[in-house]
Design a protein around this ligand. Structure first.
Ligand code: XMP
Length: 533
């Protein structure tokens, strides 16, 4: 396994992503992690990340001495290269001037790291590699024992190596996709140089994870809040595989879910997996509290608060539950579908980062439940969670769904939420999604559902005039929203085929009595957001 020390770059997670893609297990830890932790982790190789390092103080971030003494290969990336140079006796010139964007790097001499890489090999070590650079500071003098590995016109030392020790460093970012051979470079480092086998795959992971959960939980009871989303579903399936009936899932239906969602979740988990699921029908309670409330943030707060309340009440019942034998004193564990990006974002690695994402999750349960936390997906990325879900037998469609916000249709019905609106919206949304799933794009052979990152209908509580048959109608409007994005922080509206939009529109207007007009949202984020509220 590989240890990644994080110096606070925005893209450190991508390094981990690429290493896992090479089927090698890795973890990210903060750059100042203790020597004992590093020894206990026993990495076969260490990668030092880049950094946002913008102030003088940040330039003091260093790797612990043990990194150089452990006798394992080390790869420094960007800031990681600079700190390697600075710590091992080279020279770094700190500067305010940033070089940012594409660069062409020329290989110098032969190194085990670059020789195997396609672009370099073609012209006997003189090939060019298209890379992504983002740095101000640079190494100006190699540390003793190092040789030059690569350079660009503006950055003469763009790569260096001490092959006896297995120390390599590059100024550019191999982890971003703009660096065309970046994955190949990282794969070479972890497999050829650090000697990791590359056998980290999901099938094996299930066995390991099941064993770990059994050991952790013993014969105690676990409760889990099931939302129907990917993370909680996969966590439920995995824990159920490990401990069967010791797991109870609580599924809170707030009446603002997608059409048939409740039935689908119950049929999947109770029906097919034979898991214990408590289906809490809390529609009336939620609708009651939302009555007359129009402000989006207020609605979010109410839905979040009620969710916690309902869940807590169920948990209290399960916590106090005694089995017939009287030996079991009820649930001791709360399971959650926390995944790796959640851990890193909420400060699992503590190096400071510029905050670019504001959290607006509901369902964050307070720690006061007094239960121990079981989070079996903590080490996995989203796509690994999906792979795991499929390996556990969950349907592909469920595991590869678009994200759905915690407050659900509550933020897709503009203004006051009413049960009547929710019913109309569910049906319109269902038609839209059904057509997206059915329509295949001929260029890519993918469905438009797979070609979009998130798609849904929004209910507009305004009425407009229409004509149907001989009569005049005066009904509500829905807007269709479909976006393409890789990170949900920026997004483009999807250029859906007109024929598809036409079919969706006519189906909604014909099949959903109460809606007589359909519009398509052509706003990108920013300045619009993905949701309408
Ligand atoms: P926006 O609308 O901010 O959405 O562009 C970005 C992503 O976040 C989701 N979203 C939410 N998810 N609770 C959630 O769990 C919320 O309150 C919430 N608001 C937005 C949105 O669906 C999109 O994927």
């Amino acid at each position: 396994k590989i240890l990644i020390l994080d110096f606070g770059s925005q893209v450190t997670q991508l390094i981990a992503r690429r290493v896992r893609e090479a089927h090698v297990y890795c973890e990210i830890h903060p750059n100042d992690v203790s020597e004992e932790t590093i020894r206990a982790f026993a990495p076969k190789g260490i990668i030092l990340s880049g950094s946002h390092a913008s102030t003088y103080e940040d330039h003091q971030l260093r790797a612990p001495q043990i990194v150089w003494d452990l006798g394992v290969p080390v790869l420094g990336i960007c800031y990681g290269m600079q700190t390697m140079a600075a710590q091992l006796g080279g020279r770094v010139e700190w500067s305010d001037h940033r070089e940012f964007g594409y660069a062409e790097v020329r290989a110098r001499g032969h190194t085990k790291l670059l020789d195997g890489i396609e672009d370099f090999r073609t012209v006997e070590g003189h090939g060019m590699l298209k890379v992504w650079m983002s740095h101000g500071d640079k190494v100006t003098e190699l540390p003793p024992g190092f040789k030059l590995m690569a350079s660009t016109p503006s950055c003469p030392i763009a790569g260096m190596a001490n092959e006896d020790k297995g120390f390599y460093a590059v100024q550019f970012h191999p982890e971003v996709t703009h660096t065309l051979q970046g994955t190949a470079l990282l794969t070479r480092f972890v497999r050829e140089i650090a000697g990791c086998r590359g056998d980290w795959i999901m099938g094996n992971y299930i066995e390991e994870a099941v064993a770990r959960i059994r050991e952790q939980v013993g014969d105690e009871e676990v409760i889990l809040g099931l939302s129907g989303g990917v993370d909680s579903s996969v966590a439920a399936a995995l824990i159920h595989r490990a401990i069967g009936d010791q797991l109870t899932c609580v599924f809170v239906d707030h009446g603002l879910l997608r059409l048939n969602e409740g039935a689908m979740v119950m049929e999947m988990f109770a029906g097919r997996l034979h898991a214990k699921v408590v289906h809490v029908q809390a529609q009336d309670q939620f609708m009651g509290h939302l009555k007359g409330v129009t402000d989006p943030e207020q609605k979010r707060k109410i839905i979040g608060r009620e969710f916690v309340e309902v869940f807590q009440a169920e948990a209290a019942k399960l916590k106090g539950q005694d089995t017939a034998s009287g030996t079991n004193k009820g649930a001791k564990w709360l399971a959650q579908g926390t995944i790796y990006p959640d851990v890193v974002e909420s400060g699992g690695t503590k190096t400071k980062k510029a905050t670019i994402k504001s959290h607006h999750n509901v369902g964050g349960l307070p720690e006061t439940l007094g239960l121990k936390l079981l989070e079996p997906l903590r080490e996995l990325f989203k796509d690994e969670v999906r792979e795991l879900g499929v390996a556990l037998g969950l349907p592909h469609d469920m595991v590869y769904r678009h994200p759905f916000p915690g407050p659900g249709l509550g933020v897709r019905i503009l203004g006051e939420v009413k049960a009547e609106y929710a019913t109309l919206l569910q049906r319109a949304d269902h038609i839209f999604i059904e057509e997206l799933r059915k329509t295949v794009d001929e260029h890519t052979s993918k469905t438009w559902y797979d070609l979009t990152s998130q798609a849904f209908a929004v209910f507009l509580p305004v009425k407009s005039v229409g004509v149907m048959g001989d009569g005049r109608t005066y009904d509500y409007v829905v807007a269709l929203r479909a976006v393409q994005t890789s990170d949900f922080m920026t997004a483009d509206w999807a250029e859906l085929p007109y024929s598809l939009l036409k079919r969706v529109s006519s189906r909604i207007i014909n099949e959903v009595r109460g809606i007589n007009r359909v519009t398509y949202d052509v706003s990108s984020k920013p300045p619009a957001t993905i949701e309408w509220e």
